[in-house]
Design a protein around this ligand. Structure first.
Ligand SMILES: [Zn+2]
Ligand SMILES: [Zn+2]
Length: 342
């Protein structure tokens, strides 16, 4: 863990992956906060993410006072309340408040404010229900998720002129396999929450199962030549090729080629009219844990797994002047944007 270096977005991703395995995770968390205070972030826009990470580390170590301090600062560091990343930090703050004890009302106020995001942001169903779980409010999670599902299905029904009950396969909301929509994530969380509560499998749970099967089927039916969008951050990529030289053909001979291949594929998909595009942040340990990585089915299975995990998705494209999606710490226009033309 560097203590005086500038931290790039890629460094933060690496710290997220490795912090808990280090001898002193709380020291890592303190260093992250110091990096913010001392202006040592390559992209100042990462301050909220760095402080959220510090709060997560402290929370896992049950240092709740420190966790809450970092979470308060993380929430304040995001430029707007509507920032998708701010929602995650707020939910984390609520989770910590539940654990602190005696501050349940504040936790619920925070989560109430996030409730509208349930129908808007694909990540929100997971982080809001995780916070409610932590507060022993799993039944409330069921209630909120159910209402959000009804809202979205009601909107779709109104748009199509059909009764909501008839909409059993809302394909547009579910989106293509590489970009499932918010309804899919709502149904998935609701399904999990209801299983935890031992509630009977209902009509919407059937829909959740059907949509998941549909996504897997569609992913499998993609043309063989179509590339998956698994992205390995620099350190991961170097490890991948060191351990699995055979994958050069699949993911690219070096990190520049790896990023160029992804950027070109994304530009192609955007040109074909696809929205909600993103790359999927992969990990070498996870991929190699799934079986023989030279088997395309194993790699495709891992890509599908990542697609169902909101935290793995890195939205694309960034704004021209924003940090590049690859985590290099450079602006998009100076980094991967030009790669699509090479
Ligand atoms: Zn089920
Ligand atoms: Zn880049």
């Amino acid at each position: 863990m560097p203590t005086t270096d500038v931290l790039t977005s890629a460094d933060l991703a690496e710290i997220r992956r490795s912090a808990l395995g280090t001898a002193d995770p709380l020291g890592v968390a303190a260093d992250l906060a110091d990096a913010v205070d001392q202006g040592r972030l390559a992209d100042p826009d990462d301050a909220g993410d760095a402080l959220t990470l510090a709060a997560e580390i402290a929370e896992i170590r049950s240092r709740l006072d420190a966790a809450l301090r970092y979470a308060d600062r993380a929430v304040a560091a995001y430029p707007t309340r509507d920032d998708a990343r701010a929602g995650r930090a707020r939910a984390l703050r609520a989770r910590i408040l539940f654990r602190v004890g005696g501050r349940e009302d504040e936790a619920m106020a925070e989560l109430d404010a996030l409730r509208p995001l349930l129908t808007q942001q694909p990540d929100a169903p997971a982080y809001v229900s995780a916070a409610l779980d932590a507060g022993g409010r799993t039944a409330t999670a069921d209630e909120w998720l159910s209402e959000a599902v009804d809202t979205l299905l009601g909107q779709r029904a109104a748009a199509s002129g059909e009764p909501a009950q008839a909409l059993t396969e809302p394909a547009v909301e579910v989106g293509p396999p590489e970009a499932p929509g918010v309804l899919f994530f709502l149904l998935q969380q609701r399904h999990r929450v209801r299983r935890d509560l031992n509630l009977p499998h209902d009509r919407h749970d059937d829909l959740a199962d059907r949509l998941e099967a549909q996504l897997v089927r569609r992913a499998q039916q993609r043309p063989a030549g179509e590339t998956d969008l698994v992205f390995f951050p620099r350190a991961e990529f170097d490890r991948l090729l060191a351990e699995q030289a055979a994958l050069t053909d699949v993911y690219g001979p070096d990190w520049d080629a790896h990023r160029a291949r992804l950027e070109k594929e994304l530009v192609r998909q955007a040109g074909a009219g696809r929205g909600g595009l993103h790359v999927l942040r992969g990990s070498v340990d996870e991929l190699t844990g799934r079986g023989d990585v030279t088997d395309p089915q194993v790699r495709a299975g891992y890509a599908r797994e990542l697609e169902t995990r909101p935290a793995a998705r890195i939205p694309w494209p960034p704004e021209r002047n924003d940090a590049c999606w690859c985590g290099s710490g450079l602006k998009y226009k100076k980094c991967c944007l030009p790669r699509s033309r090479s």
